[in-house]
Ligand binder design. Structure first.
Ligand code: BES
Ligand code: ZN
Length: 599
């Protein structure tokens, strides 16, 4: 049953209940001059009843298909701008192998090809993939549904001065041939199929953990992520053995569109968390936590995305709590609640309150639409309220059993609810009321019973803010030792509209107080730049432009572009900057920004 889908996936053309892909042999040549990958994908399949194997593809040039060593016909279905097309291959009940020779095209939305100039060291080109949610099909013909898992081997040829890394067993150094071999022996869904090619060096942190980065970035990354092994150990103590052998982190170029991506064995991480003070490392705890929630127990379809992210945020906070203490993790939780409330308000005001339910309905929509604070932070507070109401000890026993029971399988909301109800009843004689799940999962907004983190370290911030709002100065505040999270709380807590023309003056007082425009902390900077735009604070504009052009992390850039688009002058500025910046962004970012900057 391991490889069969439990639920139909509206984002895939494939038919895994009848026939599924089991193992991949991938041979690929990475051609930087033409910015394409030439490859052969040989699938070992398990066929129950099908006469056709349907794979998902998007923008691939199919050059030939072999079925069990015989040349085969194939058929391409109609093209859908979101889903791509079906690649139909006739098979027989006895068919074991299907091989596809193909080439990626300019339309390979998962891939970003960077010129040397766009990397940290500016010496070598860089290629990376970002397959989640439905972009694996743009560089691998596959059953691109999170409910279908396969193991893989790969042989990848790259230019001789570059190293290739995958979501698999990885080399540590370059060789003279430029040919690298990979093996992933645990079954993964296609969205975790990943590749990066560049000039990487490796440094170990422990026996099983290490960092890959461009040479000039490596030392600072090793320092920033020094607690990597501690995180893995803490996670294992909480919810069971790490199932993926090694855990390494690859530091990506600044254009990486996400904070992190939990590619098995090798998390891809944005360089924007290299703050120089280890204050943003919870992101690594998050990606590591996906090694259980997401990679081991996987959302059955993108409608169940909260099953990946909500559990992961919960787990992330527990890892941080166990290493750095409750006071630390509660700061994260409190910021999460701030963000969540804002998101709920925004979605509600935009008339899309249905998207504030945990269980989503993404029919006809891009799964990307589901990537909001709802899945992450409403998901988190839902699980936290289970913990608070029915006991942490019980919840930990449950979670450990859950990861063990469903390891390498998929999980839907509808499977989860009866499972936890039965588990609590049988093991703890606790009856989890259906209304509890109804409120959290199938209702909009936030239940009144939502837990409220209390953070002492944020109390003085609120006081400071009140002083400022009353027009007094900040000199009484001891801000010199505020940490990143306190500053973020402070910035988030500012009223959204500070009326009147004195804003720019107020902002310059604020800036003098917090040194925001010159901060080296991207998380603080991005929050600040939104305020700078909102209040027309021009001294921040040069930094704003620099940030927009040289960073590609969508979560940071989106609120800034959105804020710019609210005024006529802002629109002009946004479009001007975007013209220059767009070439530096990955498809998932340009796809979002194109739509916003048009309106
Ligand atoms: N898996 C996600 C990133 C993702 C989600 C990519 C959906 C494509 C589609 C990753 O684990 C993630 O959640 N990253 C966050 C960081 C986290 C600390 C909230 C991010 O990129 O900001
Ligand atoms: Zn995540």
């Amino acid at each position: 049953m391991e490889n069969t889908q439990v639920v139909h996936d509206i984002h895939s053309f494939s038919n895994p209940a009848e026939v599924y892909i089991k193992h991949l042999k991938w041979r690929a040549e990475i051609d930087f001059s033409n910015k394409l990958i030439r490859a052969e994908a040989q699938w070992e399949i398990v066929n129950h009843s099908a006469t056709t194997l349907t794979l998902d593809i998007k923008g691939l040039r199919i050059e030939g298909v072999m079925v069990d060593n015989h040349i085969s016909t194939f058929n391409l279905g109609p093209y859908d701008p979101l889903l791509g097309q079906a690649l139909d291959i006739p098979i027989q009940s006895t068919t074991k192998y299907v091989s596809i020779s193909y080439c990626t095209t300019e339309g390979a939305e998962a891939l970003q090809w960077l010129e040397a100039q766009q990397t940290a060291d500016k010496k070598h080109p860089f290629l990376f993939s970002q397959s989640q949610a439905i972009l694996a099909r743009t560089w691998l013909p596959c059953q691109d549904s999170p409910g279908v898992r396969f193991t893989y081997e790969a042989e990848v040829t790259v230019p001789k001065d570059l190293l290739a890394l995958m979501s698999a067993s990885n080399p540590k150094v370059k060789n003279d041939s430029g040919v690298y071999f990979f093996e992933m022996s645990q079954p993964i869904p296609a969205y975790l199929f990943a590749l990066s090619v560049g000039d990487f060096s490796f440094q170990a942190i422990s026996e099983r953990c290490g960092i890959y980065a461009e040479p000039s970035v490596l030392a600072s990354a090793v320092w920033e992520f020094a607690d990597l092994e501690k995180m893995v150990t803490a996670a294992e103590t909480l919810y069971g053995k790490y199932a993926w052998d090694r855990y390494d982190v690859l530091v990506m170029p600044p254009s990486f569109p996400f904070g992190g991506m939990e590619n098995p064995r090798l998390t891809f991480a944005t360089p924007t968390i290299l703050a120089g003070d280890r204050s943003l490392t919870s992101l690594i705890a998050h990606e590591l936590a996906h090694s259980w929630s997401g990679n081991l127990v996987t959302n059955a379809t993108w409608n169940d995305f909260w099953i990946n992210e909500g559990f992961t945020v919960y787990f992330e906070h527990r890892i941080m709590e166990s290493i750095y203490g409750l006071a630390y993790s509660e700061m994260l939780a409190s910021l999460a609640l701030q963000d969540l409330r804002l998101t709920i308000n925004e979605l509600t005001q935009a008339g899309t309150a249905a998207d504030t339910q945990l269980k989503l309905d993404l029919r006809g929509r891009n799964p990307d639409d589901g990537v909001t604070d709802i899945a992450y932070n409403k998901g988190y507070f839902f699980l936290r309220s289970l913990e608070e109401q029915f006991g942490r000890e019980q919840f930990d026993i449950f979670l450990k059993a859950y990861f063990e029971h469903f390891a390498f399988q998929s999980m839907s909301t509808e499977l989860f609810i009866p499972f936890i109800q039965k588990f609590y009843l049988e093991n703890f004689s606790i009856n989890l009321d259906a209304a509890f799940f109804q409120d959290w999962i199938y209702s909009t907004g936030l239940p009144d019973s939502c837990p409220e983190p209390v953070v002492d370290a944020f109390k003085e911030i609120e006081e400071g803010l009140n002083i400022w709002l009353q027009g007094k100065d900040f000199s009484r505040l001891q801000a010199s030792n505020w940490n990143t999270h306190q500053w973020l709380f402070f910035l988030n807590q500012l009223p959204t509209s500070l009326n009147s023309a004195q804003h720019s003056a107020q902002l310059s007082t604020l800036d003098a107080f917090g040194q925001f425009t010159t901060t080296g902390n991207a998380e603080i900077l991005s929050a600040w730049l939104v305020l700078a735009v909102r209040h027309g604070y021009e001294p921040a504009y040069p930094r704003l432009k620099d940030f927009l052009v040289n960073t590609g992390r969508r979560k940071f850039l989106l609120p800034i572009y959105q804020e710019l688009m609210k005024t006529a002058e802002g629109k002009i500025m946004a479009r001007q900057i975007y013209q220059e910046a767009r070439a530096n962004y990955h498809f998932v970012a340009t796809h979002t920004f194109d739509a916003i900057l048009k309106s």
